[in-house]
Write a protein that binds this ligand. Structure first.
Ligand code: NAD
Length: 356
């Protein structure tokens, strides 16, 4: 099993080092190879996604990604900015399904802006379609309005569209993920207003016939946003389009109040994936040894479950993370009175120890 390790910029190398430490402690035979990406790719090879890095990512069974970006690259032309590496990897590897679990460990319930009883024990999974929808639909641009009440005036416009096969493949990802969890899938749409999402709803309903063991519910996006902050624990798995997923997954992430805890996966049609923490490269704390490595370690656990078919090893890592939290260890971002503050490396070592 070959894993491409792409640490990136800022805190990327520090947090990836901890995840690699945990992977090495599992007793499995992984072949791991590193390559520069983002600002580090630009510095080493003049491009955020150097050819050799893309080749390594293409050949690997899975990719463990740190984070990219730093303010010092803000003056580069857009095509050379670190963030372009993520878009390039998604496009070249056909990563169309973004999986973001939002989990709130009971020990961290105080970190959320919501009342502890509303969020404690939260464990939901948001699946966002990543390559279609209004973000990529054409035509788009700025033009002179050809008709309507503002005819003749300049207008901006985009196109929302989803092909049937795009909806089917993300619906399958949703049903299959729900099958492995609580067997409940909520498909979020805006079918009351948008033709694209009436079509989405019809196709998801059709795919449901292949998953009679999973309960399907349809919900309008405005209601879903409300329910996410009113009673988020009612959800199990949510599947939705690119734009709605963009917004809902960030809202769900913040329910947990701790961006340093949230892993993510972006999968292709064969469950090959890129795994990364939901946060960025945090240049403000890079090199200080205080970044929380748990989102990256939990991303490695997702990699074992979804791409490397080692679910029992994923559970081992997740249980070890729960144990270090129960033992009261906290990095600065989640520290509160009565707990023990540790740095990035000590947190990684504690997870390794807790693997047993
Ligand atoms: P950020 O997520 O990097 O940081 C936001 C805040 O959260 C900062 O205060 C940071 O210190 C803190 N934080 C983030 N991760 C943490 C961790 N693991 N432990 C402790 N604290 C943590 O977002 P930003 O500041 O808006 O962006 C910084 C850079 O990251 C930018 O260049 C941006 O483009 C890039 N970025 C990259 C990705 C990615 O690589 N996928 C995603 C988002 C942002």
């Amino acid at each position: 099993m070959k894993i491409a390790i792409l640490p990136g910029d800022g805190i990327g190398p520090e947090i990836i080092e901890q995840a690699v430490k945990v992977l090495n402690a599992l007793g499995e035979k992984f072949e791991m190879e590193s390559a520069p990406v983002g600002g580090a790719g630009y510095v080493a090879h003049g491009h955020p996604l150097p050819d050799a890095t893309l080749k390594l990512a293409t050949e690997a069974d899975a990719i463990l990604f740190g984070a990219v970006g730093d303010w010092k690259y803000d003056t580069l032309e857009r095509a050379l900015r670190p963030e372009q590496a993520i878009l390039g990897l998604r496009k070249n590897l056909g990563l169309f399904a973004n999986l973001r679990p939002a989990i709130l460990y009971p020990e961290l319930a105080g970190a959320s802006t919501l009342k502890p009883e509303v969020v404690s024990g939260l464990d939901i999974l948001i699946i966002r379609e990543l390559t279609g929808d209004i973000y990529f639909g054409k035509p788009r641009g700025v033009r002179i309005a050809p008709d309507g009440p503002f005819e003749g005036e300049r207008e901006g416009f985009d196109t929302m569209r989803y092909a049937e096969s795009e909806i089917r493949r993300i619906a399958h990802v949703g049903f299959q993920a729900a099958r492995k969890r609580g067997k409940r899938l909520t498909s979020v749409d805006k079918a009351n207003v948008l033709e694209t999402f009436q079509f989405w709803k019809d196709i998801v309903t059709d795919v449901h016939k292949e998953y009679p063991d999973v309960a399907l519910e349809h919900m309008y996006v405005d209601n879903a946003a409300m329910q996410l902050v009113r009673a988020p624990k009612k959800f199990d798995v949510i599947v939705t389009g690119n734009m709605f997923g963009d917004i809902l997954s960030d809202a769900a992430a913040m329910l947990t109040g701790s961006i340093g805890m949230l892993p993510s996966a972006s999968l292709d049609a064969n469950n090959k994936g890129l795994y990364e923490p939901s946060h960025g490269s945090a240049p403000d704390i890079a090199g200080k040894g205080i970044a929380n490595p748990l989102a990256t370690i939990l991303s490695a656990a997702m990699m074992l479950r979804y791409s490397l078919n080692l679910p029992e090893q994923a559970v081992r890592i997740e249980s070890a993370v729960k144990k270090v939290l129960a033992d009261g260890l906290r990095t600065a971002d989640i520290h509160e009175a009565g707990t023990t503050r540790v740095g990035t490396s000590d947190m990684g070592a504690a997870v390794v120890k807790a693997l047993g």
